[in-house]
Design a protein around this ligand. Sequence first.
Ligand SMILES: [Zn+2]
Length: 318
Amino acid sequence: MAGQEFSLRNANASVIELISGEEALNELKQVDDYFNNFSRFDLESRLKSSTATLDDYIASFTQRIVNWNEKQKQCIGNYIDYINTKCIDQLQLLVLPARISVVLTDGKDQSDDAHCRNNNVIVLPQHIVIMTDSKRETFIHELFHIWSRQKTNMKIRDELYASIGYHRIPIDYQSELPSDLSEMKITNPDAPFVMKYFINLKRKNHQKNKICKCTPIIHASRPFKSKYSTSMFDYLVATTIVLDEETYEPKQPLEYLPYDQAANFYAQIGNNTGYIMHPEEILADNFVLWMIATKNPSRLRTPTVVHNMNDIIVRSVK
Ligand SMILES: [Zn+2]
């Protein structure tokens, strides 16, 4: 049975479809950038077992996908009505996939927050699908990730990243994560790539005020042990690793520059969000503020970030 559909009034009139059952399972099974970047820790923490395999993880989706009930369908309809009316000026600038599918999960795995998969799938745990402003904003946040991963939007995305200080590592210099970190990496489905962008950071209290090229990384603080904790968040460390000035390779031995030890981090990314672990997340939260055109000054603490976003997106469609 086909799922319920909604029309989005964006530049290319996308259709948003609520899917479940076999159709949803087929989407979640696909090997995308998220699965391609999975680490040992990702598997163990998501399945809460130190012998977990990717097949076990995929098999677990069957239990996780739930059918949409009328109230939940109505709720998504309500989010879309809001975006189609209140956010219409911004929405009409956005080229999105022709079809965007939305999958509902039981949300029993707390590490499994709202996220995106493949090129056009939004996964929402059912506790997110309720009629509140903040949950509607989570949906808009995820729409940014869908927009940002479209090939047609890559150039604009790089401009947006650069507007908050993140620059693409030249393609000839892109290297792998060092092996001691690759097993411990935590993969964010909304921003699955590592070693692709850098930001120039100055270490606080460093006499020479030296600028370092740094790349964002999330990793586990220790190997997964269910006795310690089964929640990924108890292990999560969001930081940056310092790269060599010339080669963009991670310095050896590994050198970290945590965000709170950088003197110039917030001067670049602004203060509109505390979700700072990757430029993709910083921008997704600023995108929400741009879409809802908030007049609430306490939320727009750095209006320039949102103004720059507006300029870049408006310019891109001219
Ligand atoms: Zn996100």
